[in-house]
Design a protein around this ligand. Structure first.
Ligand code: ADP
Ligand code: ZN
Length: 433
């Protein structure tokens, strides 16, 4: 299987480290000079760009968090003028202001190359027909895979999300060989195909490149069996670039992180201390080449392990395990990120609703399913059934319009949700991850 950029993907370790250090030093100087947020944070921490003499010195720099993006909305973290920005993406489904990510022309060019690397490492090549069922729009998945596929020289079908029956028709009629979508959606496609009497095994489809949400080896086995294809994992996040941070090679032994562009560290999620390779911890990423939105030491909150051993595929780049959990309480419901606190503020905006609730997440026929149990006031509860129905409908509509998720709402009597003395258990996640 050919590499897209072998000169980088298989770069000898020592050379790679030199390249990383050179790029890191440059980026640190850039943000210090151009982004007041970083300059202030560095000054508070008592560090200057000159203090970064080795890769290990990165540990002296302060972390960046999701909140820093919110606090500097929309363009506060940008390192180039807006007139040099050729595209802007934003994160999905959060309350209030999204996380905004601008790209320069060079950023877009590098991103397309990284996505071509992703696809090539998964085993996709010119001649393949990629049906891209990631969402097109502000979300990075759609356009990310789109330009990566074109860069690779493959044929791209910009199907976007949803409309499962049409997706199946396209697979059958257009000679689709590769699917790009979330892992849960591959299973939906496979099940719908079975119900419609379509035999996916008799189509050209052979591979799915999946990501944007956590999934297990068990789920991979199910996808591969049900759809008769190979399923490859890839990882990314809006703040860093979108997809294109790391991807499995066809050997499926962890996702190679494209280390010439992203510096990966593992830290103890509680103390923030660096942890060695091989130990599970929180992934922290620094962008080494991003122009419009360079990010220093971003706390991803994703729990992973890094494996530095050389891979049989010939790539030297470090591999990360599947994401094994999160250090915060962020839920990913059908690809939309939500925090329980956001659900809480929506619930409490509805009159008659009490601040006692529980969120139950499950995976029903491979799709995330969310049910919210919420207590209502005595007055509402003793009212007529019709009044209760109205409150229920209002809560459902609010959750849907503000957070973009459709949840089942169950109103319960006052004092029925268990109270705890310590931290309330707001979320019951029954999904097997
Ligand atoms: P996207 O959904 O485009 O990947 P977001 O910024 O909306 O980007 O969400 C990023 C988060 O999604 C990551 O921090 C991680 O928790 C999760 N995620 C992305 N890809 C994967 C993956 N392959 N496996 C597990 N979790 C993933
Ligand atoms: Zn490999």
């Amino acid at each position: 299987m050919t590499m897209w950029e072998p000169q980088y993907e298989a770069m000898p370790g020592k050379e790679l480290k030199c390249l990383q250090l050179e790029r890191l030093q440059q980026k640190v100087r850039d943000v210090y000079e151009r982004v007041p947020f970083y300059r202030t944070k560095f000054q508070e921490a008592g560090v200057t760009p000159e203090d970064v003499k080795s890769l290990d010195d990165i540990a002296r720099l302060p972390f960046t968090n999701k909140n820093d993006f919110r606090d500097n909305y929309p363009y506060g973290l940008m390192a180039i003028p807006l007139s040099e920005v050729v595209r802007v993406h934003a994160s999905s489904g959060t309350t209030g202001k999204p996380i905004v990510v601008p790209y320069s022309a060079r950023d877009i060019d590098i991103w397309a190359n990284l996505m071509a690397r992703n696809l090539a490492s998964a085993g996709v090549h010119k001649g393949d027909v990629i049906q891209n069922a990631y969402g097109y729009g502000l979300f990075t998945g759609g356009l990310g895979f789109h330009y990566g596929g074109e860069r690779l020289g493959a044929t791209v079908i910009p199907a976007s999300v949803g409309n499962t029956k049409r997706q199946l028709m396209l697979i059958e009629d257009l000679g689709t060989t590769v699917l790009a979508c979330t892992p849960s959606y591959v299973l939906v496609l496979a099940e719908t195909a079975r119900q419609m009497g379509i035999n996916l095994a008799s189509t050209q489809l052979r591979l799915a490149t999946c990501g944007a949400e956590p999934w297990t080896e068990k789920m991979r086995a199910e996808i591969e069996a049900k759809a008769g294809i190979t399923a490859i994992d890839n990882y990314g996040l809006t703040e860093i670039v979108g997809p294109g941070v790391s991807c499995e090679c066809y050997l499926k032994r962890g996702m190679h992180i494209w280390e010439d562009h992203f510096l990966a560290e593992i830290v103890d999620p509680v103390t923030g201390e660096s942890l060695p390779y091989g130990q599970q911890g929180e992934l922290v990423l620094t962008t080494l080449t991003k122009e419009a939105l360079p990010v220093i030491r971003f706390r991803t909150h994703d729990l992973v392990t890094l494996y530095p051993e050389r891979c049989q595929c010939g790539r030297t780049m470090v591999r990360m395990s599947k994401v094994r959990g999160r250090t915060d309480d962020m839920l990913i419901i059908r690809g939309i990120n939500v925090f329980p606190t956001q659900i809480e503020s929506v619930l409490l905006s509805v009159e008659g609703v009490e601040p006692h609730y529980q969120i139950i997440v499950d995976r029903e026929r491979h799709l995330d399913d969310i049910e919210i149990w919420v207590e209502v006031s005595e007055a509402v509860f003793s009212d007529e059934v019709q009044a209760l129905k109205e409150v229920e409908e209002r809560v459902r509509a609010e959750v849907n319009s503000v957070l973009g998720i459709s949840a089942r709402i169950k109103l319960v009597e006052p004092r029925t949700i268990a109270r705890t003395e310590g931290k309330a258990k707001r979320v019951i996640d029954r999904r097997e991850l």
